[in-house]
Design a protein around this ligand. Structure first.
Ligand code: GAL
Length: 638
């Protein structure tokens, strides 16, 4: 499939005087934009009083934008219920993990399990669908906005508790089955009825991890159901694609499950804001990339959401300049707004939309840049958009291309290790990102794939680290591929209910290897490896007669293999990972590339793209590439 690549923006006509809309639409076209997303926070203007709709202004806005030649993405406004709604349903508010209610006055103030709120959402979605489902200018829809943003995927409200008990009864059938599955004989935690089960918070010491994991699964299912309620309604009224805008490093719900009801997956990419997240590298890393963003973080999500969207994905919001919400908010290095867009396109994005059109002079995000300054003068992202639009026009549409390497990503595994980390440092997302980074440093293009994948035959190398379970279907699929496969650390180490399986892990058919015990490691106490580098955060003592392919410095096994499948018994530091990956690529016959520090590469079917994330010029294959520079060459000419 070849992709038509386009640009867009996020616009709030309700924030601006009516007489500005035409000029805005014209300027959007001048910026080379195709898409304009509107409406996703406008509930108080669409229904100022319960049951009284005020759609005329939205009719007008869609008309102005559409007549100008723009395509509208219309958002359902369910992330921002108006104050009358909260007064009508005071118990629709979510509660935090501290049990405290999260009040009106910002956004996302709802609990996914509140039935009456869901009915209100169905009502406004129906009204919008009826009115705009066949509007020729509405070319796509967005459900809600950023599920899970501001830590809202999990609610600990009375509504959530009631729904959780129903979910448990459905999953376990009998309370005895639940007690057995969770091991509730321990500490006399046995329940006599599903109504005895509480939310896993505010306990004296840690709650049962199986209870926590069940709650995380339930919470994910509530997000899926909430989204499905809207998509089922919208499908009655429109044939245009339905999307949702996911976020970076958000694993609290299973995006593959949500995406099953959507046509396009999209995400909101704020590279500089994300650099300040916990675990996002040391001071040197932050200093090197503070105006460019982590060189692998964006691409990781591009590849993840390409998988989530089964190939169809967008960047719905692209950082335009300084944002307002990170601890520190520097300006991007000149050129980064262009680089970020091109990187998304190289990973297969259909559209990149800069957030937002004009900087708002009021309220929470008044310090957040837009494509225009508050006085309507073009800002950096406007100029970047003009430049990228010109380049897109001159560029043939290309396929995202096939990658030689697969990385298995599984949301329930993220929940499992969050429920039961055994180490402050063991974070599933980080483990996967580190593996991804190691592969990218070797110039490899990667496909992220779900754990339900049944055919890996197109991949020469597959990684499946940190999987909660290594089910027989997945094992069979990994076993039948002719490529190299590396699983571990921690893959297959628990049952689906988060207890220790028997036989002991990793229980890989044919491999005589058992994990004797595991250790979590302090930052200053890594386990050195014989060939350089070390295990950090996590190390597993492997015993058995299997074929040892990597050793610790003390000669004990660090990695064992059977056939094409290797088990890695620890979290490798970058040096160890580099060695593991180079050996694996060599064996799999995958060509690796030497790239200057900070440069990343991505191959499509027709082009090889280079992105310079370094804050200085580099020498790339004998030619200088400026800081924030992008270069593409036709495959074959490279
Ligand atoms: C996103 C959100 C937008 C806006 C933006 C600011 O998370 O979807 O509405 O708040 O961040 O960077």
């Amino acid at each position: 499939m070849t992709l038509k690549r386009t640009l867009g923006t996020c616009y709030y006509p309700e924030h601006w005087p009516r007489d500005q809309w035409e000029a805005d639409a014209k300027m959007m076209l001048n910026a080379g934009l195709t898409w304009v997303r509107i409406g996703e926070f406008a509930w108080s203007r669409l229904e100022p009083v319960e049951g009284t709709y005020a759609f005329e202004w939205l009719d007008d806005a869609i008309n102005v934008l559409g007549q100008a030649g723009l395509k509208v993405v219309l958002g359902t406004p369910t992330a921002t219920p108006p104050v009358w709604m909260v007064q009508k349903h005071p118990d629709m508010l979510a509660h935090g993990p501290d049990g405290v209610v999260r009040k009106f006055g910002s956004r996302r103030h709802y609990c996914f399990s509140h039935e009456a709120y869901k009915s209100e959402c169905a009502r406004i979605t129906t009204a919008l669908g009826e009115r705009y489902g066949r509007n020729p200018f509405v070319a796509a829809w967005q459900t809600d906005n950023e599920y899970g943003c501001h830590e809202t995927a999990r609610s600990y409200s009375p509504a959530a508790l009631a729904a959780f008990r129903i979910w448990l009864a459905d999953r376990y059938g009998t309370i005895d089955a639940l007690n057995t599955a969770w091991g509730n004989v321990f500490w006399s935690m046995e329940y006599a009825s599903f109504d005895d089960v509480d939310l896993p918070i505010l306990t004296v010491t840690e709650p049962n991890p199986s209870h926590v994991l069940a709650f995380y699964r339930f919470s994910s299912d509530q997000v899926v159901a909430f989204n499905r309620l809207q998509t089922e309604i919208l499908r009655e009224y429109t044939d245009t694609p339905l999307a949702h805008n996911y976020m970076g490093k958000t694993v609290e719900f299973d995006h593959f499950d949500v995406a099953a009801d959507l046509d396009i997956s999209s995400w909101d990419s704020y590279p500089l804001g994300f650099l300040d997240q916990k675990n996002r590298g040391d001071l040197a890393h932050k200093k090197a990339y503070m105006r460019q963003g982590d060189p692998d973080f964006q691409a990781f999500h591009h590849d993840l959401y390409r998988a989530v969207g089964k190939g169809r994905w967008w960047v719905m919001e692209q950082q335009p300049g300084p944002v307002n919400w990170a601890p520190y908010n520097p300006a991007p290095l000149p050129g980064m707004q262009r680089l970020w867009a091109w990187e998304a396109f190289a990973h297969g994005a259909e559209a990149v939309c800069y957030f937002r059109w004009r900087q708002a002079p009021f309220a929470q995000e008044q310090m957040h840049a837009g494509m225009l300054r508050p006085d309507s003068e073009p800002a950096a992202a406007f100029h970047a958009s003009v430049e990228v639009a010109g380049e897109l026009a001159a560029m043939p549409d290309v396929d995202a291309g096939a990658s030689p390497v697969a990385l298995v990503f599984d949301y329930p595994s993220a929940w499992a290790w969050e429920a039961h980390p055994q180490s402050e440092q063991f974070e599933y997302f980080e483990l996967l990102l580190q593996m991804y980074r190691g592969l990218r440093k070797l110039g490899l293009s990667i496909d992220i794939v779900p754990s339900t994948t049944t055919d890996f035959s197109q991949y020469q190398l597959t990684f499946a680290p940190g999987l909660l379970t290594l089910g027989s279907d997945l094992q069979a699929a990994l076993r039948t591929t002719s490529g190299q496969v590396i699983v571990g650390p921690r893959s297959g180490s628990k049952t689906d209910e988060l207890s220790i399986p028997n036989p002991l892990p990793p229980a890989i058919t044919g491999l005589d290897c058992t994990i004797d015990f595991v250790e979590s490691l302090r930052d200053w106490a890594p386990v050195p490896l014989a060939d350089g580098g070390a295990f950090v955060h996590w190390a597993e003592a492997l015993v058995g007669q299997g074929d040892v392919t990597m050793k610790r410095a003390d000669e004990s096994p660090a990695m064992m293999r059977y056939g094409n499948l290797s088990y890695l018994g620890g979290w490798p530091d970058p040096l160890a990972l580099d060695g593991i990956l180079r050996r694996a690529c060599n064996e799999a016959g995958i060509a690796i590339h030497a790239l200057p520090e900070g440069v990343r590469m991505r191959e499509t079917t027709t082009h090889r793209f280079y992105f310079n994330y370094a804050n200085h010029e580099v020498n790339l294959n004998g030619t200088p590439l400026a800081a924030a520079g992008v270069r593409w060459v036709k495959i074959g000419d490279a």
